[in-house]
Design a protein around this ligand. Structure first.
Ligand SMILES: Cc1cc2nc3c(=O)[nH]c(=O)nc-3n(C[C@H](O)[C@H](O)[C@H](O)COP(=O)(O)OP(=O)(O)OC[C@H]3O[C@@H](n4cnc5c(N)ncnc54)[C@H](O)[C@@H]3O)c2cc1C
Length: 408
């Protein structure tokens, strides 16, 4: 067993949240080390993760401030989101909700392919002094004590730190090792994700239909392309994924209606089981959870990654502010401040997306009437629409500095 010496913050998991946290902390002058189980060379491949993420304006400001956004190869700005109810055969309902650009005088969000965001994060991580990324390795054990954390790595090293952060995604082994329980359930749905090419331009408008078996989102990408996130019953999803290209295209076309002309699926199809999960606490002695390790929400509002990066902004600020005051950065005070700032937000988002999924993902006639009227009412009352749009955009007056575009 070799001794790799000290780092100030050890981060287990080099996904979106782990890499962003490492960059934020190292940019603020801390020494950070990210341990990633996967082979990071594969992160750049589209077959590794075919998803496209909706990046909220506050998260874009943070990524710009950290110098990550500048490395994103391409993105598509979305100016309007049209949400409607409907059925597969009957098409979209006449009641719908617009979250337009004009409501807040700027774009609703940007769509970025996950591979481009991972590549920009990795490149920035490698270029940031004070940050080390170790691929194909794991934290196999960790012990927190009053003076620091001692971790054992699969590389046969021992690493000491003042703070250990788990950014390991929803099945976080460190969360379990620290005895942190979670609450949640499976939606018994899969998210089917694929890219389609279409005939007519999308004009930067995203569409989301709430069909009886789940939400069906059409998210504009660069060119005449869109990413589909299709929530489907878990007993039906594998059969849809196994269809031949022509039959899969036909299923997509039935749900798409013809507003973009003919569509054709390009590239791989992916299936992700959908669940909601909330950690009972985000912190323990010298230990914090960020991203999906802390909370998993239904993807119908495209908010999981955004929530995780808001955790990053809050934790990095709590650490930097504690350090500036001469406090121990792994002590209870900054960790409590982090948890206070983030837990309610993530819990509300989990509850909201859960309620929307329950209300919309069924074919109950009275519920169908309520939801259609509900969308119409929200659309008819501009202040209510703006309130909802602001919540999704992460607009808040006491947001962490990175989310306001201010460096730590
Ligand atoms: C279908 C679908 C569509 C989505 N669309 C959107 C969207 O439009 N917008 C949005 O904001 N969010 C979206 N999300 C949610 C988003 O993808 C997740 O919230 C996000 O990936 C979580 O990032 P993370 O870094 O916390 O975790 P992950 O991306 O899961 O990364 C965790 C990392 O930790 C590593 N790891 C795991 N265990 C260990 C270990 N023991 N040691 C070291 N490393 C380890 C893994 O290899 C991985 O790289 C979507 C989710 C789904 C399923």
């Amino acid at each position: 067993m070799s001794d790799s010496g000290d780092t100030e913050i050890l981060i287990s998991g080099g996904g979106f949240a782990g890499l962003a946290l490492g960059i934020a902390l190292a940019s603020a002058g801390y020494e950070a080390r990210v341990i990633e189980a996967g082979d990071t060379a594969r992160f750049r491949e589209s077959a590794f993760d075919g998803r496209v993420s909706a990046i909220a304006p506050d998260i874009r400001r943070m990524l710009e401030t950290l110098g990550v956004w500048q490395g994103i190869a391409e993105f598509q700005t979305v100016g309007d989101i049209v949400v409607s109810g409907g059925t597969v055969e009957g098409g979209a309902s006449p009641f719908f909700l617009h979250f337009g650009e004009n409501d807040r005088g700027r774009a609703a969000f940007d769509m970025v392919e996950n591979r481009f965001l991972r590549t920009a994060l990795l490149d920035k991580a490698h270029a940031t002094p004070g940050l080390t990324v170790t691929p194909s390795a794991r934290v196999t054990a960790a012990v927190s004590a009053r003076t620091g954390v001692t971790a054992r790595l699969s590389t046969d090293e021992t690493c000491r730190a003042r703070l250990l952060v788990a950014a390991e995604g929803r099945d976080s082994p460190l969360r379990e090792a620290y005895g942190i329980k979670t609450s949640g359930w499976s939606y018994r749905q899969w998210g089917i994700v694929c890219t389609v090419e279409h005939e007519r331009p999308h004009e930067g408008v995203a569409q989301e239909y709430f069909l009886p078996s789940g939400s069906f989102a059409i998210l504009p990408m660069t060119g005449n392309r869109a990413s589909l996130v299709w929530a489907e019953r878990e007993d039906l999803a594998p059969a849809f994924l196994a269809l031949n290209d022509a039959d899969f295209d036909a299923e997509i076309a039935r749900r798409f209606t013809d507003f973009l002309g003919r569509t054709r699926v390009v590239g791989d199809r992916f299936g992700y089981p959908l669940s909601v999960q909330l950690a009972r606490t985000y912190i323990a002695e010298r230990f914090a959870l960020v991203g999906d390790a802390a909370h998993v929400v239904h993807p119908l509002a495209g908010q999981g990654l955004n929530l995780g990066l808001r955790d990053v902004a809050a934790l990095a600020e709590a650490v930097a502010d504690a350090g500036r005051l001469g406090l121990d950065i792994g002590s209870a005070a900054p960790l409590d401040a982090y948890q206070r700032r983030r837990r309610i937000d993530a819990t509300l988002m989990a509850a909201t997306t859960d309620a929307l999924n329950r209300l919309f993902s069924n074919d109950n006639a009275p519920l169908r009437a309520i939801r259609e009227t509900g969308l119409g009412l929200v659309n008819a009352v501009p202040p209510l629409r703006r309130l909802l749009a602001r919540a999704a955009a992460g607009d808040s007056t006491d947001a962490p500095r990175l989310l306001q575009g201010v460096a730590l």
